[in-house]
Design a protein. Structure first.
Length: 132
């Protein structure tokens, strides 16, 4: 892939983020630095970066795709209240992909684990508002 100042900046924004930004959020961070960039350019570059393995595309249930710059295997927690996505360093069962292949015949190329619940901040807020 050819070098692109835009692609490099987009990749950096994703890799430096802990918030797992949407394409629109990436665009909003890139636009002040590259005023002539379009949202379409951001979408195309995010797609290319994820296809070549420089970033991860997270397909979130009932929401916009999010992007993750951390390439190591890890799970994500999706907060039911605020929608925030948090990295979770959980160890995966080492033989899971092989077990899936043996039991179903499916060759696993990738897996994404989303755990749903309430983040610490939302849980604290809920406890504050609860009269009990």
């Amino acid at each position: 892939m050819r070098y692109s100042k835009q692609r490099e900046l987009i990749a950096r924004v994703v890799k430096e983020s802990d918030t797992h930004p949407t394409a629109e959020q990436v665009y909003n961070q890139v636009k002040p630095i590259l005023p002539h960039v379009s949202i379409g350019t951001v979408y195309r570059n995010l797609t290319r970066l994820s296809e070549q393995g420089d970033i991860r595309r997270l397909h979130t249930p009932n929401g916009s795709d999010r992007f993750d710059g951390k390439l190591r295997e890890h799970a994500h927690m999706l907060c039911n209240a605020c929608g925030r996505i948090l990295d979770m360093d959980l160890s995966f069962e080492s033989g899971l992909d092989e077990r899936v292949r043996q039991e179903t015949g499916v060759d696993v190329t990738e897996h994404q684990l989303f755990i749903r619940g309430f983040c610490k901040e939302c849980k604290k807020q809920e406890e504050k508002e609860c009269p009990n």
